[in-house]
Structure formats: structure tokens, C-alpha cells
Design a protein around this ligand. Structure first.
Ligand SMILES: [Zn+2]
Ligand SMILES: [Zn+2]
Ligand SMILES: [Zn+2]
Length: 166
């Protein structure tokens, strides 16, 4: 098949602008990551920027394995330490999904240092194993607990099939 030169050059310029767009959105995310770190008073190390960037990019909660495979240069101790710091700063929360793999997701603006407000359920897809925050759904609050119980945490886990898999 012979593609006319005009079409070829059009395709090239399209490809070029797409690459530029991709670059720009990457830069946007990096500066957003820097902003987020600054807002919680954390220094902007390369690792932290990389981590926040990864969370910004991801549409589902990230397992430790997923983070490790995306940020290859990162050693496990540094990763755990940073995740703990992020969690205590109100930046990320554990997306409890009933599986044995802990997953993390970005918090919304209502969370603050040592004060998480993530009262949304997490949906675990049994087909693709992804877990997502259902931020638009409010976890129902329990009206009363039997005497002697004090509540610290409520996790509502929903499981089934996600829109991508159904
Ligand atoms: Zn939170
Ligand atoms: Zn799915
Ligand atoms: Zn969540």
C-alpha cells in the first residue's frame, strides 16, 4: 500500500503533537505532585514526587507490588517509610478490599494530618482484581454499638464486577 506523502506527514505531525500532549500532561502531574507535597509540608524528594505522580495517574488503588513494579529504583524500606509518612499526613489511605494485599489510594481534600475522612466504600472487582474508591458513595454510619465497644474504624467493602469487566 502506498500512502500519499501528505497523509504521511499529517500522521507524523499528529504523532508529534500527541507526544507533546503526553509530555505536557506528565509535567502537569509532576508539578501537581510537587504542589501536593508542599501542601502537607513534605520535602520534594525524587522518590516522593514519583510516588505521588503514580497515585495521580492511577484510577485504582495501588498494591505494594504494583508500586514496586512501576518505580523500579525504589527499595522496599524507602517505599514503606514513605507510604507510612503519606498516610499519617492525610495524603493516602488504605483501600481495604478484603484481600490479603494492602492497597493505597489518594485521599481527597478533607483529609488532614492524623485525621482521615475517607468514609467511602471500596469496590473490589473479582475479575480484574482492581480496587477503586467510591468517593461519591457515603459509608452508612452505625447508629449504636453494644455497650463496651468503642469504634475506631469502619470499612465497607463492596465486591463484584467493575464497568470495564461487565
Ligand atoms: Zn484520608
Ligand atoms: Zn474489573
Ligand atoms: Zn478510598
Amino acid at each position: 500500500m502506498i500512502i500519499p506523502l501528505k497523509v504521511t506527514s499529517f500522521l507524523f505531525s499528529l504523532l508529534h503533537s500527541l507526544t507533546r500532549l503526553e509530555e505536557r500532561s506528565y509535567l502537569c502531574r509532576v508539578s501537581r505532585a510537587q504542589e501536593i507535597l508542599k501542601s502537607v509540608g513534605l520535602s520534594k524528594t525524587e522518590t516522593r514526587i514519583g510516588l505521588v505522580n503514580l497515585f495521580l495517574q492511577s484510577t485504582s488503588a495501588l498494591s505494594l507490588q504494583a508500586i514496586e513494579s512501576s518505580l523500579e529504583k525504589l527499595d522496599r524500606i524507602t517505599l514503606y517509610r514513605n507510604l507510612r509518612t503519606f498516610e499519617s499526613k492525610g495524603l493516602i489511605h488504605k483501600a481495604v478490599d478484603g484481600t490479603t494485599h494492602p492497597k493505597y489510594a489518594l485521599c481527597d481534600a478533607h483529609c488532614a494530618e492524623h485525621n482521615h475522612q475517607d468514609n467511602h466504600p471500596h469496590f473490589h472487582c473479582r475479575k480484574c482484581q482492581k480496587t477503586v474508591c467510591l468517593e461519591e458513595v457515603q459509608t452508612p454510619s452505625l447508629s449504636a454499638l453494644p455497650k463496651g465497644y468503642s469504634l475506631e474504624d469502619t470499612n465497607l467493602i463492596l465486591s463484584g464486577t467493575c464497568p470495564d469487566c461487565s
